[in-house]
Design a protein around this ligand. Structure first.
Ligand code: AOS
Ligand code: ZN
Ligand code: ZN
Length: 387
């Protein structure tokens, strides 16, 4: 398989950027400010538009409510369109309110659950105005100590709350439920793994799907297996791409373990999760604590593109033959040949042929945009994570 054989398939790639990647963030120890950080959602969108203009890979931006709350979402959509972008997934937030200290959609108090459900209904109202397809739900719900909560009861209440949200979805809208095995709860979380997310969304209906955040697994987890299984079940709705060394690090995708990213993308392609007709949304879920944010996002989408190209380069006929013949080393070699193919020169030429810069990171550095925003913007906003 040569690069020319896969070039057309690369044209369809779209990776959604998270608005919060452009805000300041950090750890519980320190939030570092970066000169030029956006002060408004409009400035985040303007920054995201630089990523898309230089890579052609990122036509949509995900919003987070309330971090990106505005009075007029239709106007925000027009603002995005003027910048060559569309508004994408809406992310809810039930994790920064004292009310939710002991849970949101799972809370024992009906009034608290109602408030959490209503927040999600507000997100759906916003989606009606922005034309967004996906409501992404990640919950901080869980407990810190054995016995603190009734695990089973919480699961039942979660199902009831999700039903109320799901029933309000418009015909073109979807609900994606993200799982995470720990943090901020440390003993148990209410949606800890793909199986729980799968069980909950399966009970809801066809437009409820699983969101897989690559940073939300225990070390050593075979994530590509989960990808294969969810695709097989028709329940993989979206990815939150990032990379991790230790916990939910939210570092640049492909930075920690490019080979894992390749293996994941190979299973995505293998399972029909890539291409214009695929229901699988590619998104980034990252923060840039110490590096500049716009080039950090550019590097991220390029990393996904590079590994997608390598995954598409796998000689599937040779692989299948080797697998069927029990040729262990031969099969492994076919996969590794694709992984070790340096696609960067071909991608640079492919970009130029499409009117894009061969080296988007360099083009950004030479554009002067970073200097301009550093001068113009004073008092950049936190992403919300460091708040
Ligand atoms: C939290 O750990 C999750 O990764 C969330 O997906 C995400 O960062 C959040 O939804 C942003 O609002
Ligand atoms: Zn995530
Ligand atoms: Zn996360």
């Amino acid at each position: 398989m040569a690069f020319a054989d896969i070039a057309d398939r690369l044209a369809a790639q779209a990776i959604e950027l998270p608005s919060w990647a452009f805000g300041n963030s950090g750890t519980r120890f320190r939030v570092f400010g970066t000169p030029g950080t956006p002060r408004t959602v409009q400035e985040k969108i303007a920054d995201a538009s630089r990523v898309h203009a230089l890579t052609g890979l990122a036509p949509t931006v995900a919003l987070h409510i309330p971090w990106d709350r505005v009075d007029d979402y239709a106007a925000l959509g027009r603002f995005a369109a003027d910048h060559g972008l569309a508004l994408g997934t809406v992310n809810s937030n039930t994790f920064q309110d004292d009310l939710y200290k002991f849970g949101s959609l799972t809370h024992t108090d009906e009034a608290v659950r109602r408030k959490a459900v209503d927040h999600h209904l507000e997100c759906l109202d916003i989606m009606d105005q922005t034309g967004s397809r996906d409501l992404k739900i990640w919950l901080a719900d869980g407990t810190n100590y054995p016995g603190q909560g009734d695990i089973r009861g919480r699961q039942d209440r979660l199902a009831e709350s999700l039903r109320l949200i799901y029933d309000r979805l418009g015909p073109q809208q979807r609900l994606v439920l993200e799982y995470k095995f720990f943090e901020p709860a440390f003993y148990h979380t209410d949606v800890p793994d793909w199986g729980t997310s799968y069980a909950q969304v399966s009970a809801l209906g066809d437009r409820a799907l699983v969101c897989l955040d690559t940073g939300h697994h225990a070390p050593g987890t075979n994530i590509e297996f989960i990808v294969a299984q969810l695709l097989r079940l028709g329940k993989l709705g979206s990815f939150d791409f990032n990379s991790r060394f230790y916990a939910d690090d939210d570092l640049i995708v492909g930075a920690a373990d490019p080979f894992q990213l390749f293996r994941i993308l190979y299973e995505v392609v293998r399972g029909g999760g890539y291409g214009p007709d695929s229901p699988v949304a590619f998104m980034l879920d990252q923060c840039h604590n110490v590096e500049d944010k716009i080039p950090g996002q550019i590097r991220s989408v390029l990393n996904v593109q590079e590994m997608t190209a390598r995954a598409l380069l796998v000689d599937t006929t040779a692989l299948r033959t080797a697998q069927d013949e029990g040729d262990v080393l031969g099969a492994n070699a076919v996969l590794m040949d694709a992984f070790y193919t340096d696609v960067r020169p071909d991608l640079a030429a492919w970009r130029e042929s499409r009117g894009l810069p061969a080296d988007p990171v360099r083009a950004y550095a030479e554009s002067g945009y970073q200097r301009q925003i550093a001068e113009e913007r004073v008092g950049g906003a936190q992403s919300g994570w460091g708040a």
